[in-house]
Design a protein around this ligand. Sequence first.
Ligand code: HEM
Ligand code: HEM
Length: 185
Amino acid sequence: MSSVATTSVSPRYGSTAKWLHWSIAGLVVLQFGIALLMPDIGPHTVASTLINLHFSFGVLILVLMAVRFGNRLRHPVPLDMPGSPAWERRAAHVTQLAFYFILLVGPFLGWASASAHKLSVDVFGLVTLPAIAAPRAHWALTAGDIHIYLMWILAALIALHVAAALYHHFLRHDGVLRRMLPTGE
Ligand code: HEM
Ligand code: HEM
């Protein structure tokens, strides 16, 4: 019996890719709101609703990103920016790679910091994840700092990404934004 290759390069995003793009985008914006409102996490911080929500939504984003990554590997979609110069295509590639990297690695750094601060990661009251760092572990406290830096880099890249999408739509009038819309082709 011969096996059939399942990987195919498609010129457009499928409905799963679009659904994941927009739900993750919404959750990431919500997550920044929660991060700004939650108390600073220090040596004597005790769990609160906002901190638990930050951990829960962070884990949900991580799980959805893992599904998205798998889906992207099985259904690659080439970047399509008609008439754009090479540097714009390069910037778009680097930004999209950075999104995957930060949203797949960054949550683990936050999780390590939570463990180092003796805060348990209770996901929506459904499941409690194990600690991945010892209390006060130096590396995990540093991981927490890196988590914060990475997430603010992410916020800047999102601003750039949104500005680029709007520029393509309203000034260039090409199909770049339409191809990611639920109704677009
Ligand atoms: C991918 C989604 C996530 C985003 C966008 C995000 C964003 C942020 C931001 C912006 C801050 C800084 C808040 C401030 O400056 O006051 C922060 C802090 C923090 N986040 Fe996240 N986070 C995410 C996922 C997680 C996860 C999954 C966990 C734990 C399971 C977590 C745990 C923490 C902790 C412990 C801090 C404080 C770090 C420290 O002071 O050492 N985050 N997060
Ligand atoms: C807020 C968080 C967001 C993140 C993390 C994000 C991330 C991504 C990523 C990783 C891709 C590459 C395609 C893929 O692998 O699925 C992408 C494509 C795209 N995004 Fe976003 N996005 C966000 C918000 C937005 C918003 C608000 C808009 C529109 C205003 C937008 C418009 C687009 C468009 C048009 C594409 C398709 C580009 C192309 O391949 O031609 N994104 N986004």
